[in-house]
Design a binder for this molecule. Structure first.
Ligand code: AHR
Length: 334
């Protein structure tokens, strides 16, 4: 066996000195790493979120999910409720820019009017993420949009109604907020499908602004104008809350929603599944509200340097009926 050669006294002193320097270097490196990790946690990401409002049960659930998920991840979330007014959103976004937040999330009320403020965020080098509703601005002004396909939701609703009515149906439509992406796209998708059936048509259409009270009011006027829905086979609402309002209006007029007329809407909120179990609603396309995890994954991934996001991160949608209402209600904790 080869033995290590015996070192001279000078050589072993040099080695000791070398080891000492190495220890100092190591200690410095460990210290620097600890400092770096401290500075990461001390500067937790600050994200501004401009939310549409609290017009529907879906929106309330989505806001709650965004707040809970931010807390879980240690994100400092600056939440602003625009009360369905774009001007409030523009103010909120400008205040996020002034506060130099790390990122801005916008769920836009309507599709137009965004170019200028998006350019201001870009000039301030703050990445913007569009969620839920869309904007008509140039896609280079934001990182990506994380949202469901509203047009598909409309087509799913139209296809269900075509089958349920055997392609023969006069429809009254409750539209969402005028100029909003879900109102525009759900209408287009629904119409694309029913246009394939010569005996299906929308005979009345008006906005109920995505609220229960709006849906009720518009439905009352439809009931009056059609002599208690004579010749009407279905109510199509761009969201569940307007349908819940319409159901109230029909019941107050002595009609039996879900029996006298078919109903189909969008969101899949707990109360629509309760209405299905009571036989008062027939179908709803689910718009998932627990999407905070997908949104923050993208925003935080971007802040860490990931760049290969598509311009639209798609959230899937599907249609539910009384057949799975009980299961859906349990899933939603209703
Ligand atoms: O943007 C999504 C729509 O907005 C939901 O379907 C509706 O409930 C909400 O107000």
């Amino acid at each position: 066996m080869r033995r290590p050669a015996k070192q001279s006294g000078a050589a072993s002193k040099r080695e000791e000195k070398g080891m000492g320097i190495l220890k100092h270097l190591l200690a410095a490196a460990v210290g620097a790493a600890a400092l770096a990790s401290l500075s990461v946690s001390a500067s937790a990401q600050t994200i501004g979120f401009s939310q549409v409002g609290s017009e529907s049960d879906w929106r309330t659930a989505f806001s709650a999910d965004m707040k809970a998920e931010a807390q879980k991840r240690g994100v400092n979330l600056k939440f602003s409720d625009a009360q369905q007014k774009e001007e409030n959103q523009l103010k909120a976004v400008r205040s996020f820019i002034a506060q130099k937040v790390d990122a801005i999330i916008i769920a836009p009320v309507v599709v137009t009017g965004w170019d200028q403020v998006l350019k201001e965020a870009q000039a301030a080098k703050i990445p913007v993420f569009i969620v839920d509703r869309a904007v008509e601005s140039d896609p280079s002004l934001y990182v990506t949009r994380i949202a469901a396909d509203f047009n598909l939701e409309g087509r799913l609703a139209g296809a269900w109604l075509a089958q349920a009515s055997k392609g023969n149906c006069n429809i009254v439509e409750l539209q969402g907020t005028v100029g909003s992406a879900p109102a525009i796209e759900r209408k287009k998708g629904f119409e694309a499908v029913i246009s394939l059936f010569p005996s299906m048509k929308i005979v009345k259409s008006q906005s109920g602004n995505f609220t229960t009270s709006g849906g009720k009011e518009v439905m009352e006027s439809f009931i009056k104008a059609t002599d208690s829905l004579k010749g009407i086979c279905a109510v199509w609402a761009h969201n569940d809350n307007m349908m819940l309002g319409a159901i109230q209006a029909m019941k107050e007029a002595g009609l039996k929603p879900g029996k006298d007329v078919l109903t189909v809407s969008v969101d899949g909120v707990p109360d629509i599944f309760k209405a299905m179990l009571a036989g008062e609603s027939d179908a709803s396309v689910e718009l998932k509200s627990d999407i905070g995890k997908y949104i923050y994954d993208v925003v935080q991934g971007y802040l860490k340097g990931k760049r290969d996001y598509p311009k639209w991160v798609l959230i899937p949608s599907d249609l539910h009926t009384p057949a799975d209402a009980d299961e859906m209600l349990k899933k939603k904790g209703g």
